[in-house]
Design a protein around this ligand. Structure first.
Ligand code: SF4
Ligand code: SF4
Length: 315
């Protein structure tokens, strides 16, 4: 399947361009039971939000599998850190087993930085391509926080690219916002299906939510926009905005989340694993302890999953 054919799937979405970012209902950000998380996904699906963005690292395939049973037409976009053939095969088999899906619609290489990192994962990419030829995967691509990552997706003729973009360019780790806009437009023109993510800057832009969403919607090269949603009110609110309707006041009030923050609690043993894990360089080690740099943090929660002492929380 090519990017163009995936674009046909998204054009038919009842809520055009809105993709459910399921990190927001995964154990990395919100410890819901699988059935509670599935309840939110089902509500979104019933409204017509049928694209779901997930990742092996989010550890939320069980919730998505429950939602898939009620809504088999959901299109799942997942990601893996696999770097070679055995790890890529293991990731695809895991997704097929836990999602109970013989065909994985979209498989992305997670957090690719540039041509160099793609070359370092080439064997995984070739494996996905083989599985695409045999019909086990629909489309192949990468996710990235970097302009160079988008350029690498174009160079390797991928079908899909999922990249960070928001009105202030928060979380971009190379180049400036115009560079990312240009790269994503080039990707779109080259036929890739382009997904924008972190349009609220991981929560930094929550007080400018409407402006941030309208900015993303104004970018005609974004085929879809992944938005994390963690309540029924938030789903209703975003569905209205994406449909060009005025959200009702109650949904607006109920869905206005307080900005979250990263907390490093007592118990840090100074192992440095969180700082190594953070692609945003938002944790530094000082005097044998981890310290967060809030203005760099996009609240993805990846560091929390890496901490053996379980002392990092997004609250
Ligand atoms: S991973 Fe946890 S224990 Fe290790 S430095 Fe980070 S916060 Fe401390
Ligand atoms: S500090 Fe943690 S939550 Fe913040 S960007 Fe880095 S990995 Fe993500």
């Amino acid at each position: 399947m090519t990017g163009a054919s995936l674009r046909v799937i998204s054009r038919d979405q009842p809520v055009p361009r809105l993709c459910y970012g399921t990190l927001a209902v995964s154990p990395l950000q919100r410890p819901l039971t699988p059935s509670l998380a599935a309840h939110l996904l089902n509500h979104a699906a019933a409204l017509g939000i049928t694209l779901l963005d997930t990742a092996e690292y989010y550890n939320n395939y069980p919730s998505i599998s429950i939602a898939l049973r009620a809504h088999p037409s959901l299109t799942i976009i997942t990601k893996s850190y696999a770097w070679d053939r055995p790890t890529a095969l293991a990731s695809v088999r895991k997704a097929q087993r836990l999602l109970r899906l013989p065909h994985i619609p979209v498989m992305l290489m997670h957090e690719q930085e540039s041509e160099l990192t793609v070359l370092g994962h080439l064997s995984a990419l070739q494996t996905y391509r083989e599985l695409q030829s045999s019909g086990e995967i629909g489309s192949v691509g990468l996710s990235t926080h970097r302009v160079a990552g988008v350029r690498a997706a174009i160079k390797h003729n991928m079908d899909v690219v999922c990249a960070i973009i928001n009105v202030d360019g928060l979380g971009l780790t190379d180049g400036a916002l115009p560079d990312m806009e240009r790269a994503l437009r080039d990707a779109h023109d080259a036929g890739l299906f382009v997904i924008g993510m972190k349009i609220l800057g991981g929560g930094h832009l929550i007080s400018r939510r409407d402006e941030s969403i309208r900015y993303a919607l104004s970018l005609d090269f974004l085929d879809c926009i992944a938005l994390g949603m963690s309540s029924i009110a938030e789903i209703n609110y975003n569905a209205s905005l994406f449909l060009g309707l005025r959200p009702d006041e109650r949904a607006a009030l109920e869905s206005a989340r307080a900005p979250r923050t990263l907390m490093i609690e007592e118990g840090c043993v100074g192992c440095g694993l969180c700082a190594e894990r953070c692609g945003q360089r938002a944790i530094i080690m000082e005097a044998g302890q981890a310290r967060a740099i809030p203005e760099r943090c996009v609240r993805c929660g990846y560091c929390a999953a890496a901490c053996p002492q379980v002392c990092i929380k997004i609250v």
